[in-house]
Design a protein around this ligand. Sequence first.
Ligand code: NAG
Ligand code: NAG
Ligand code: NAG
Ligand code: NAG
Ligand code: NAG
Ligand code: NAG
Ligand code: NAG
Length: 342
Amino acid sequence: MIEQIFILKKDSMYIKSIKKFPSTLKLVVLAMVATCVLYICSVNFEKPARIRANSKLLELRVINQSCQLSNVEEWEVPFLHYPQPKTYNREECACNPVRFFTILTMQRSGSGWFETLLNSHMNVSSNGEIFGVVKRRENVSSILKTMDVVFNLDWFSGASKNECSAAVGYKWMLNQGLMEHHKEIVEYFERRKVSTIFLFRRNLLRRMVSVLANSYDKNAKPLNGTHKSHVHSTLEAGILAKYRPWINTTLLMTELKQTEDTAAKAIEYFNNTRHIVLYYEDLIKNSTKLKDVQEFLRLPYRDMHSRQVKIHTAPLWKQIENWDEVQKTLRGTAYQNFLFSD
Ligand SMILES: *[C@@H]1O[C@H](CO)[C@@H](O)[C@H](O)[C@H]1NC(C)=O
Ligand SMILES: *[C@@H]1O[C@H](CO)[C@@H](O)[C@H](O)[C@H]1NC(C)=O
Ligand SMILES: *[C@@H]1O[C@H](CO)[C@@H](O)[C@H](O)[C@H]1NC(C)=O
Ligand SMILES: *[C@@H]1O[C@H](CO)[C@@H](O)[C@H](O)[C@H]1NC(C)=O
Ligand SMILES: *[C@@H]1O[C@H](CO)[C@@H](O)[C@H](O)[C@H]1NC(C)=O
Ligand SMILES: *[C@@H]1O[C@H](CO)[C@@H](O)[C@H](O)[C@H]1NC(C)=O
Ligand SMILES: *[C@@H]1O[C@H](CO)[C@@H](O)[C@H](O)[C@H]1NC(C)=O
């Protein structure tokens, strides 16, 4: 704009002075004026170009609006995404909206099983424990960058279904950079409309047994020398469940409290994101809870299946080496119900 005003001023100066000059000079001046006029015209021509770009944007928006027609409530609209992956074309599903989610959980809380359930749905891609790799959570910028790739549907794992995903996400353990960087992550979730699925265990003593047994298995490898965190047969489950961990009761109360507090803190941090809180025990016992999950992700309803088999199914007194001591420690505390519940 400034440039244009400046040129116009110069222009009127030339026109005023033309009369005073001899004819040869007049020609030169005219030529200069003509150049100026041409220049102004070219400056003005840039605008239509910009308008053309804008109308292209408008067109895209119109396409998106026509994409969003079916069965969508007003509040949902910001949660609908139309990723354009760098590496392939979403083709016939380009108009299917995609919801973003993360499963915030802890080790040995049923998230492996839960993810296989979700992934048995043809329209869900839950990409596993992507922040198990330290490099991806080294700092906040690598965390955000990694999430960008996942939510752009450019992440490839055994679970990614790409073109026709209606919900894409992954699971994230609370101790994988999530609590340290919660501020920026919450900000990202709010900005990009990522829904949060909390998955915890109610019985933290059972969880502890599972943690200790899994960590024992890493070295002992009773299944033909391979370490398995999850199994697909009752035979394998039975072999793994034979190991009965010994629990240090000096630290038991403190550790249970710490686990409980960490979960509560996470819910508090992410309270303002759209979220649902699930407990493994409820999912196992109550099939309606799985419907709640599909409703939460606004998925077309499907039966979901997992091949995973629960490892520790016996009562806890059969699964803890120093049961008497553990029982004595927890009796009369807020955690005594853990002793006999599933
Ligand atoms: C929908 O809108 C987003 C951003 O507004 C845009 O990046 C995307 O290309 C659009 N999708 C389609 C299918 O037009
Ligand atoms: C963050 O971590 C990534 C991956 O390790 C690294 O390449 C990058 O330099 C780091 N950025 C900052 C700001 O520290
Ligand atoms: C689910 O996937 C199927 C098969 O790829 C596809 O035809 C369908 O449109 C998808 N549904 C949604 C809601 O994305
Ligand atoms: C593991 O060993 C058992 C016998 O102890 C055998 O029946 C089974 O086939 C083996 N499995 C694999 C995967 O090697
Ligand atoms: C149990 O934990 C306490 C506190 O850390 C420790 O001092 C003690 O050595 C542990 N007991 C055993 C048998 O490891
Ligand atoms: C979450 O926010 C709601 C309303 O803002 C509040 O009532 C509730 O106590 C909060 N919950 C936690 C765990 O912070
Ligand atoms: C099962 O879950 C549903 C939905 O969350 C709930 O309304 C119902 O009370 C639960 N049933 C039992 C027996 O807990």
